[in-house]
Design a protein around this ligand. Structure first.
Ligand code: Z5A
Length: 218
């Protein structure tokens, strides 16, 4: 059961490939540091030793044995269980803000939307593994799949999931947008096709809304 003594704020960043999540995380880090807010930056899949080991299995291309859709989903939630119990909940209990680069919504978007997995199965795992823990705010960086892929192209070799075709990432984007309609109070959608400055301005407005006094970032 979710402990009652959660004191920190839980914020997640979501979006398809290359929309600027890592860049947004850096900006949020600067904002929280300037506001003297105690925080923890983390990511999924990953965030603990075991969860990072699972991440390697999930993202390393493997020609010898195809990872099934079921295995992919279960491993996402296995790593999430480690992350939630060992990192996210203790940090929130200590009053830290936790900022995670992806969380449960990514499973609905990638395994549900991208792979076509029945969302009832994802919901079942969410109920079991995450046990009621919901982000206070989720920032969705939204952009057409081709733009994200273009931005991400300049990095190193593609991981296993990044090797998917554009229609996969279009389904991911569509599934994210469905999530925003289901929980409009939690999501803040940012048009990620805008300039970096414009995106950061929107992120600042969202963080300001959360009540931290921080006038040092323009
Ligand atoms: N996954 C899943 O399937 N199911 C799950 O439940 C979970 C995850 C949790 C790992 O995610 C993979 O796991 C991911 C989903 C899957 N697979 N895919 N694809 P990840 O978050 O580690 O990796 P990622 O999605 O591939 O993120 P990314 O490619 O690193 O992208 P990003 O962090 O969103 O982008 P970025 O590095 O910040 O920006 C990309 C470039 O664009 C960079 O050069 C920036 O300087 C530039 N940029 C950023 N913003 C702008 C603007 N506004 N204008 C111009 N240029 C910009």
């Amino acid at each position: 059961m979710l402990p009652k003594d959660i004191k920190g704020i839980f914020l997640t960043i979501e979006g398809s490939e290359g929309v600027g999540k890592s860049t947004a995380m850096k900006y949020i880090q600067e904002y929280l540091s300037a506001a003297n807010q105690d925080y923890l930056l983390t990511r999924e899949p990953g965030g603990t030793k075991i969860a990072e080991d699972i991440r390697k299995i999930l993202l390393t291309p493997n020609q010898e044995e195809k990872i099934t859709t079921e295995t992919e989903l279960l491993l996402m939630f296995a790593s999430r269980s480690q992350h939630v119990q060992h990192v996210i909940i203790p940090a929130l209990q200590s009053g830290k803000w936790v900022i995670s680069d992806r969380f449960v919504d990514a499973s609905y978007a990638y395994q549900g939307g991208g792979r076509g997995m029945d969302t009832a199965r994802i919901q079942m795992l969410e109920d079991w593994v995450v046990d009621g823990l919901k982000p206070d705010i989720t920032i969705l960086l939204d952009a057409p799949a081709d733009m994200g892929l273009l931005r991400a192209k300049h990095r190193g070799p593609h991981d296993r999931i990044e090797q998917e075709q554009i229609d996969f990432f279009e389904r991911v984007r569509a599934a994210y947008l469905i999530r925003t309609k289901q929980e409009p109070q939690r999501f803040r959608i940012i048009d990620a096709t805008q300039s970096l400055e414009a995106v950061q301005m929107k992120i600042k407005e969202i963080l300001d809304e959360l009540g931290l006094v921080n006038n040092s970032l323009g």
